[in-house]
Design a protein around this ligand. Structure first.
Ligand SMILES: NC(=O)C1=CN([C@@H]2O[C@H](COP(=O)(O)OP(=O)(O)OC[C@H]3O[C@@H](n4cnc5c(N)ncnc54)[C@H](O)[C@@H]3O)[C@@H](O)[C@H]2O)C=CC1
Ligand SMILES: O=C(O)[C@@H]1CCC=N1
Length: 267
């Protein structure tokens, strides 16, 4: 099975690396980018081929569209005539609907919309998949197998993709932001920066592992840390005073709204 990856940027490069790590033969992957040197560089890192989008698509059984939403219409127009009848098209672009792609691809093309995230780089990604109207169960399983190389996969109705983008797609950026803030706090409190970084990173990793492995609700886990009259409740009180919980709700509503805005209107 040949996979064409169109767009060799952050996510395209991440997926290429993951596919090779998971045992795909380099010859079965072909990369493409508007910036040829980028496709050449990423292909060189993995020993894969690179080609222009039309040639890459013509040779592929599965085509992964990994360009920015704003570049999608032009890319699809460029490759339209080279999409074969059995080709599966997987799009990872925020806001681009399966309907948008189905209208621009040859009639009957199977499209799956996926929202992945950057922890795919370390095989701990979270992908949410929504099949388009021409997808069979086999296509869904093909797309699932592709994304399971880089982490976990859920399948859900496309109407939820803006919410997914706000939670797991953009989510790593909020977590890194919180981590940055905690490291700065450690430095403010007099810790060496590398020590603060180590403390915060392991705390995040440990807390995430507890949520995953114990299955205990985060509220219970937070209560276990919070001794009556102790240090944790003092800090949590300050977070409530600064409306951090409300800020997260507002932030994720903004991300979902932006995801919706990125969907080109069809009128
Ligand atoms: N970065 C992230 O955390 C995530 C990104 N996404 C989605 O993945 C897509 C790609 O995002 P990034 O990798 O971050 O962007 P990026 O800007 O790093 O990479 C996009 C690449 O597409 C190339 N490109 C643009 N037009 C092209 C064309 N016509 N033909 C071939 N190549 C073309 C660009 O030269 C660039 O190298 C976006 O649609 C984004 O919404 C989804 C989930 C997470
Ligand atoms: O910020 C963005 O638009 C992309 C989509 C989800 C994560 N990064």
């Amino acid at each position: 099975m040949t996979i064409a990856l169109l767009g060799a940027g952050v996510m395209g490069g991440t997926l290429a690396a993951a596919l090779i790590r998971s045992g795909h033969a380099p010859d079965d992957l072909v990369l493409s980018d508007k910036v040829t040197e980028r496709a050449e560089r990423v292909a060189g890192q993995h020993g894969t081929r690179y080609a222009d989008p039309a040639a890459a698509v013509a040779a592929a059984d599965v085509v992964v569209l990994a360009v920015k939403p704003q570049d999608m219409a032009a890319l699809v127009e460029e490759v339209h005539d080279h999409v074969g009848p059995g080709t599966l098209v997987v799009s990872i672009a925020a806001g681009i609907t399966t309907d948008f792609l189905e209208r621009r691809l040859p009639e009957g093309t199977s499209v799956v919309r996926v929202m992945p995230n950057t922890p795919a780089l370390v095989d701990q990604g979270m992908s949410a998949m929504s099949p388009g109207r021409h997808c069979t169960a086999t296509h869904v399983e093909q797309a699932r197998a592709l994304m399971e190389h880089v982490g976990r996969v859920v399948v859900l109705d496309e109407q939820h993709q803006d919410a997914v983008t706000a939670i797991s797609g953009s989510g790593p950026s909020y977590i890194f932001y919180v981590v940055e803030a905690m490291i700065e706090a450690g430095v403010l409190l007099g810790l060496p920066r590398d020590t603060a970084t180590e403390l915060v990173t392991q705390t995040l990793y440990g807390a995430a592992t507890m949520i995953r492995e114990t299955g205990t609700h985060p509220t219970v886990l937070r209560e276990q840390v919070s001794s009556p009259g102790g240090t944790s409740v003092a800090a949590l009180r300050a977070l409530e005073d600064h409306k951090v919980r409300a800020a997260f709700l507002t932030a994720m509503e903004a991300a979902a709204r932006r995801s919706h805005e990125l969907s080109p209107r069809e009128d």
